[in-house]
Design a protein around this ligand. Structure first.
Ligand code: NAP
Length: 244
């Protein structure tokens, strides 16, 4: 058992751990991890978290990418966790937004909003968390298969994810050998509202969209692979290889 574990359970932080893929990861990881979950909103009424807390130690925090107090809040929360004995050995940065923004609709404000959550926020979270991670920890970021072929109706989003694609190997170099950094370039796992899952499935080699369990497996694989760092794993059912 490594020193960072408490009762055999590693402590992980899931940024954006309240909804969709973040929640799916939380529910999977809580089987054998203690978790710190963040959301931009209130955690009141999230009864599923209370259920997880019956077996795992769970702490919920409010980190809003749009808050002017974000950085001081993150620092204060991480100080408190440290003082309370949380030793963090894993992080998944899952917060994001997937807005349609075709050419012609771009404004400084809209670009700033997209890049704040999809690019600045992961940078700031990584900077705040990195010095607090224990030796051997793995920091993971959720990117998009748009790295290979940008979404033409979502170029600002695609550009933000491309920025994270530079962060992964850069941070891996800065944090080595103490901490590893891994990215996941995801195809569709949970379709956006209004999209057609059958069409999206037809655009993959495997003829299916993914599911949260695909991500859970990949995240566990990355965490358990001590020779893996600075890499972005593409998890898209082969979408990148389908002829356009
Ligand atoms: N779903 C997919 O199939 C897919 C495909 C490719 C890539 N990805 C990437 O995987 C990640 C998770 O995707 P997803 O579809 O589960 O969720 P999402 O809808 O892209 O959002 C992820 C999380 O971001 C959080 N968030 C929203 N506004 C925020 C703010 N102002 N400050 C901090 N957090 C905020 C939300 O949680 P709160 O509202 O609780 O704050 C939400 O749970 C994203 O980075 C996405 O780009 C997903």
């Amino acid at each position: 058992m490594v020193q960072s574990e408490r009762n055999g359970r590693a402590c992980w932080v899931l940024v954006g751990g309240r909804q969709r893929l973040g929640r799916a990861l939380a529910e999977d990881l809580a089987r054998d991890h203690d978790l710190v979950l963040t959301s931009s909103g209130s955690w009141d009424g999230e009864s599923w978290v209370e259920e997880l807390a019956e077996t795992a130690r769970i702490r919920t925090l409010q980190w809003d990418a749009g808050s002017p107090d974000l950085v001081s809040r993150m620092m204060a929360d991480l100080d408190t966790l440290q003082a309370q004995g949380w030793v963090i050995s894993g992080v998944v940065l899952a917060a994001g937004t997937f807005p349609e923004s075709p050419l012609g609709t771009w404004t400084p404000e809209a670009l700033e909003t997209t890049w704040r959550l999809n690019l600045s926020f992961p940078f700031l979270c990584a900077q705040a968390l990195a010095p607090r991670l224990t030796e051997g920890a793995c920091l993971q970021l959720l990117l998009d298969t748009s790295l290979h072929h940008p979404w033409l109706k979502r170029l600002p989003y695609s550009a933000a994810k491309a920025g994270l694609a530079a962060l992964v190997p850069g941070l891996a170099q800065l944090l080595a050998p103490r901490v590893r950094v891994v990215g996941h370039a995801l195809g569709t796992l949970l379709p956006a509202e209004g999209s057609d899952p059958a069409f999206l499935a037809s655009r993959t080699l495997l003829q299916r969209i993914g599911e949260p369990a695909d991500l859970c497996r990949a995240v566990r694989y990355a965490a358990d692979s001590p020779f893996l760092t600075g890499e972005i794993l593409t998890l898209d059912g082969g979408r990148r290889w389908v002829d356009r």
